[in-house]
Design a protein around this ligand. Structure first.
Ligand code: SF4
Length: 721
């Protein structure tokens, strides 16, 4: 009698092999040992699964880490309020493979909570933790916490090592001057980088291959980077010294890393994800996902699924088609589109205009002389094939190639796929780019679930972190209940002392469009003056829009700043990331003696009102100037109508009100980042009174109303500092 080595039940003979009906596995006997039989009834997935289980067992046996809990990793002497309970809840939820949403203000220590809860299960089951963030500052924060854990383990459990790496996109890591100087978008950079490598024209990449060695082992390149948490900035410096490509070095190291910190796109963009998983040598169901600042995922997911073309890209397509003597019909196609868009650009006096997608498609192919949609589809496929042949020829000639024609073909294939779907919207958009008016033809995805659900369904477990998200709205928009996994929601109490927060809604100001008169701005500026005069160091003013920002300046904000002896810093549209970073650094430096503090004027939803921290004196007070509703453009209206249908008449709440309050909630939390921070939060628009229930709970609990009287704010703030 033989027993199954896995479940120890009795094996039976079936098709000439020993078969376990409990595990649904076949075995054969070899030197007295039972081995898996690789016959046709055992598919590749089963084999992989078994190998995975054996690998896990091996790891666990040799290291005896099966009994690890969060306590082995939590590096601080004390837990903050409710912190241990939250960790336990997440640990349990992850064992049950749930999707967990943790809504907790900054100061709860969300990063350490996530790492302590997930490291034991990741090590036990040989999983990877993929920590998804929006900004480099957030990435570095995760590495900092992991370094604390790593140092703690060195003294408490030296056998236990944790490593991790934060990675960035190609454009932010590349050292090749040719590629950097081209300032391309990520897709174009990928194409150029591929060409440079194929043509052996990138010395950084060639050096890397040399170092990797003949046995193709990444450990040969940088063994010193494998035993500790490493930030992308540190890796780039290392590569600058050794003349290696940081982007590919980071990719080669990924398979060795327990924790990987990256942007959302690495997991949610289907094409990027495929490459990423190949590099980390894992399937998605071997990955624990942590989605930091998860409220950003909603827009990110629809952006990923949208597409656009412009006269600029069409002109490049036409040039390439002429150069490579394409069939005339292909050139005519581009000319028709170009003429049409140029004509529309002159006619369009609004930012956005909806297109009847079916009729537009009909117009395009009949003008091309094609009889039906099928012929047009075949024509687009031929266009795509032609783009591949151009690309191949260029590579063979050692040229750098940007594939605009391929992108155009994909745009039209998407149009054909989606024009009848109600979760897509089609439009012309007019935008200012580098001071010039530009027109785009756009396919806009309306439903984030299309991108999100497949990811959440496949991953091992996921944790969604935010300080401001509304659980009900988020749950619906992300389709958390539709992923096949159970949902666990945790809303943490505020860790801040009541006496450290002053939250006020000002009465008497309403920045609705028709109210934006000189009188309104005079009143607003008088109230802003009271806040500035009562604040010891720095202040942030985040406006509902750039229009309000400009109006505040036009109505005298600069004079108020001068009179209060505080320098005014203005966030301008179109600033590069590094220009903006130096603006913020200078603003922060003004908070420290002998300076008297400064004012940062920005917008809600901008990069300085989200994702940037201003602890301590870097921002003592924040003013939300106006209710940050988006302009009711046709795409917003389309979203409202679509959400009305799929979310039980919640269109206006989900597509219009919620994003506005979310922007206000994000901006209002900027000054309160650490437990000891003390800050003033002013909502300067009386409409916040009606919508106060949507304000983040930790702020809502402290809300007061300032009467519409001169000096009312000064009085309320006088005792606070
Ligand atoms: S291989 Fe690396 S350094 Fe070279 S172009 Fe590509 S990303 Fe840049």
């Amino acid at each position: 009698m033989k027993f199954c080595p896995k479940c120890e039940n009795l094996l039976q003979y079936h098709n000439g092999n020993l078969y376990c009906k409990f595990c649904d596995r076949y075995w054969h006997q070899y030197n007295d040992e039972l081995k898996l039989t690789l016959n046709q009834t055992l598919n590749q997935k089963d084999i992989k699964l078994l190998e995975k289980e054996e690998k896990i067992e091996k790891v666990s046996e040799t290291t005896n880490f099966k009994t690890l809990t969060y306590r082995n990793f939590f590096p601080y002497e004390e837990y903050r309020q409710h912190q241990e309970k939250i960790i336990k809840d997440i640990e349990l939820a992850s064992q049950e493979r749930k999707n967990t949403l943790l809504v907790a203000p900054n100061g709860t220590g969300k990063t350490i909570v996530a790492l302590s809860a997930f490291l034991p299960i990741a090590i036990n089951k040989n999983l990877k933790i993929i920590y998804l963030c929006r900004t480099h500052a957030q990435n570095s924060r995760v590495i900092k916490e992991l370094t604390k854990i790593s140092n703690y383990l060195e003294s408490t459990n030296p056998n236990l090592k944790v490593n991790g790496l934060s990675i960035r996109g190609r454009n932010e890591m590349c050292l090749n001057k040719t590629l950097v100087s081209l300032k391309l978008n990520p897709n174009e950079s990928m194409a150029v980088c591929t060409d440079l490598r194929k043509n052996r024209n990138c010395s950084y990449f060639l050096n890397l291959l040399k170092k990797k060695g003949q046995n193709d082992n990444p450990i040969n390149i940088a063994p010193d980077l494998l035993n500790k948490p490493v930030d992308a900035g540190e890796l780039i410096k290392y590569c600058e010294e050794k003349k290696l490509c940081p982007y590919f070095l980071s990719k080669y190291l990924l398979s060795e890393m327990r924790l990987i910190i990256c942007n959302y796109q690495w997991i949610f963009h289907p094409f990027i994800r495929e490459n990423f998983l190949a590099f980390i040598e894992k399937e998605l169901d071997d990955c624990i996902l942590v989605l930091d600042e998860c409220h950003n995922i909603i827009d990110m997911a629809t952006d990923i699924n949208s597409d656009s073309i412009s006269p600029y890209s069409l002109r490049i397509c036409l040039r390439d088609l002429e150069l490579y003597r394409s069939p005339i019909l292909m050139q005519s196609f581009i000319k028709i589109l170009l003429n049409h868009l140029e004509k529309k650009k002159k006619q369009l006096n609004i930012e956005e205009k909806e297109i009847d997608a079916e009729n537009f498609l009909f117009q395009v192919y009949t003008r091309l002389g094609l009889s039906d949609l099928n012929s047009f589809k075949n024509f687009i496929k031929e266009l795509h094939e032609f783009s591949v042949s151009i690309h191949d020829e260029r590579i063979a000639n050692g040229e750098i190639s940007r594939d605009y024609i391929g992108a155009l073909a994909e745009f039209w294939l998407k149009w054909i796929r989606c024009y009848t779907l109600e979760n897509y919207f089609f439009c012309y958009t007019s935008r200012e780019i580098k001071g010039k008016n530009a027109i785009f033809l756009e396919i806009v995805a309306l439903d984030p679930r299309e991108v999100v659900i497949p990811v959440l369904k496949s991953c091992y477990t996921s944790l969604h972190l935010s300080g401001t998200v509304n659980p009900y709205v988020y749950n619906n928009l992300m389709g958390l209940q539709e992923t096949g996994k159970k949902f666990k929601g945790i809303v943490a109490d505020s860790p801040f002392k009541k006496e450290n927060i002053k939250a006020i809604i000002t009465d008497g100001v309403n920045t609705r469009n028709e109210n934006r008169t000189a009188l309104t701005y005079k009143k607003m500026l008088s109230k802003i003056n009271e806040v500035i005069a009562s604040t010891p160091a720095n202040i942030g003013i985040f406006c509902a829009s750039y229009t309000i920002l400009k109006d505040l300046i036009a109505n005298g904000l600069t004079t108020i700043a001068i009179n209060n002896n505080k320098q005014l810093f203005i966030e301008e549209q179109g600033l590069s990331a590094s220009e903006n970073a130096s603006l913020i650094n200078e603003f922060k430096s003004m908070a420290l003696a002998p300076n008297n503090g400064a004012i940062l004027l920005g917008v809600c939803g901008g990069r300085n009102s989200e994702g940037e921290d201003y602890p301590g004196p870097y921002m003592n007070a924040v003013i939300i100037a106006g209710f940050p509703y988006h302009l009711p453009t046709p795409r917003v209206e389309a979203k409202i109508n679509y959400y009305d249908k799929v979310f039980n008449k919640q269109g206006w709440n989900f597509a219009y009100l919620y994003p506005a309050v979310q922007r206000a909630n994000q901006a209002s939390g900027r000054p309160i980042r650490k437990l000891k921070d003390k800050g003033v939060i002013i909502f300067m628009d009386s409409r916040f009174k009606q919508k106060y229930k949507w304000i983040s709970e930790w702020i809502r609990n402290e809300l007061e109303i300032a009467q519409d009287r001169n000096g009312a704010l000064s009085k309320m703030l006088s005792n606070f500092w």
